[in-house]
Design a protein around this ligand. Structure first.
Ligand code: ADQ
Length: 461
């Protein structure tokens, strides 16, 4: 717990969602790792959370307190949302920072709303912060906030954490606003990334494009010393362990197994429906496995759970159609009566149900083309309390740095992924147990609470 200063968290979204009802509407907590880890610290220190309400309605919401957490809503209009969020954040930064898997868009008119909305967040944070507070800013939507906030409030400590990868120079230099973004981040006292590679990329770029000077982990800039480092995020491990061991999850997972066929191997995939997650290549790998007869719909089943996301960004609509076509093609070709080859769910599941699916799965397939961390991989591991199950993991997920005993794959190598699936299905129980025990040790030692403590500790230094 912070020994001095309150924690003020600044993120694109608030930890609560507005639910409109006939009686007028209320706020409900939105579940998620960040909220779970930071809410207790904010409550304990009497801090606050600054963020967008999730609605562009004209209604302005005043600051309020929700279950012990000060909430400072930031209003965003419909047209600002389009420029700041849909376009600059999700069509410029998101693809650029993920190896330009899709061509990033560089449109001058989207920069202005990004700057304006960042300024509004900085002002909102400045208005709630007090001298000595720790202000922790999150993610790619708000990279200008640290410097803007420093100008308004030089008397607070500022931290910034990027949840997605930070690209190497060859890609980052495409950005017409590269210097402004770097200077924005350099406003912080601590700039944190998921991996050491991200931290290194940032430090090098800061030295090349700004007046910052120093090493990969420490930069001198405008008379201040800035700490740069990797802070791999994690999950609420005990929660997932307990959820998967509950009577309800046990029953649900038994039910899932029974419905899918107790004699079949279950391969599970859980992703946000996003082109970075490599869903199509993974389905093609499974198709290849069926094609060459190394498995059949009778012997195994692949379950793809995909949560709808960013449906207002149009690439996402195309991608969804492609995936759905692929599922249709595989099922048309390989399903057998009463045995569907690929089950596809495009919907949100309660976390408790997800835990039951993790528990039911023999093999978890996590193959993003690029991913800051990937919490799904860690969640699966946490639920395998009996050390069974095999994790197939992309080398290009931040989690691959820590989860070394998974079956690491190159998500662009479809044949290689098919081989890994085949290996996972046939892996001797003893080897699987050994690997899973090592993986579990990692996620039990390093959970999201430890992550938050380590970052806040660095901010206090
Ligand atoms: P995301 O890209 O959203 O996060 P991820 O880390 O996998 O990716 O987190 C997804 C979360 O959504 C998981 O907690 C998962 O349980 C949940 N989820 C997925 N499908 C679901 C479904 N159908 N129903 C309900 N819940 C579902 C970004 C970065 C990541 C980084 C995180 C945290 O892209 O690399 O790990 O932030 O920093």
């Amino acid at each position: 717990m912070p020994s001095r200063g309150r924690l003020i968290n600044v993120a694109n979204r608030l930890p609560v969602n507005r639910v409109e009802t006939a009686q007028g509407g209320r706020w409900v907590e939105s579940p998620g790792g960040l909220v779970t880890a930071l809410a207790p610290i904010i409550r304990k220190t009497g801090g606050a959370w600054v963020g967008w309400t999730g609605t562009t309605a004209d209604k302005r919401f005043n600051p309020f307190v929700h279950e012990g957490i000060g909430i400072r809503p930031v209003a965003i209009s419909e047209s600002e949302l389009d420029g700041y969020y849909n376009r600059f954040s999700n069509r410029t930064l998101w693809p650029l920072y993920h190896d330009a898997i899709r061509a990033p868009e560089f449109e001058r008119k989207t920069w202005r709303p990004y700057v304006e909305v960042n300024q509004r967040f900085a002002k909102a944070a400045a208005s709630v912060a007090q001298k000595g507070d720790l202000v922790w800013v999150h993610d790619y939507h708000l990279q200008l906030v640290p410097a803007m906030l420093r100008r308004l409030r030089p008397d607070v400590r500022i931290g910034f954490f990027l949840h997605i990868p930070f690209p190497p120079e060859e890609l980052f230099q495409w950005l017409p606003w590269r210097r402004q973004i770097l200077e924005g981040l350099l406003g912080a006292d601590v700039v944190g990334f998921q991996t050491y590679a991200g931290a290194q990329n940032f430090s090098r770029l800061a030295r090349d494009y700004t007046t910052a000077d120093g090493t990969d982990t420490q930069l001198a800039y405008e008379g201040r010393i800035i700490t740069v480092g990797s802070f791999p995020i994690s999950i609420d491990t005990r929660w997932f362990e307990a959820a998967a061991s509950s009577e309800r999850a046990e029953k649900l997972s038994r039910d899932i197994r029974q419905r899918l066929g107790n004699d079949r191997k279950i391969l599970l995939c859980v992703d946000r429906l996003d082109y970075t997650k490599g869903i199509d290549a993974r389905l093609k790998a499974y198709e290849l496995l069926l094609q060459c007869g190394k498995t059949s719909a009778d012997r195994s089943v692949l379950v793809q759970i995909a949560v709808p996301s960013r449906e207002r960004v149009f690439e996402y609509g195309d991608m969804r159609k492609d995936i759905e076509q692929l599922v249709g093609r595989i099922n048309g070709e390989y399903s057998e009566p009463g045995r569907v080859a690929v089950h596809y769910f495009r919907r949100n599941f309660p976390r408790e149900d997800l835990a039951a699916y993790y528990r039911a799965a023999d093999v978890m397939v996590v193959t993003p083309l690029r991913d800051g961390m990937n919490l799904v991989a860690k969640e699966y591991v946490a639920t395998r309390t009996d050390n069974t199950g095999v994790l197939i993991l992309s080398e290009f997920a931040g989690a691959a740095r820590e989860l070394r005993r998974s079956l690491l794959v190159n998500p662009r190598d479809i044949e290689g992924m098919a081989e890994a699936m085949h290996e996972a299905i046939r892996m001797p129980a003893q080897e699987a147990r050994h690997r899973m025990a090592m993986l579990r040790m990692q996620v039990r030692r390093h959970d999201v609470y430890e992550w938050a403590d380590t970052f806040l500790e660095a901010m206090r230094r």
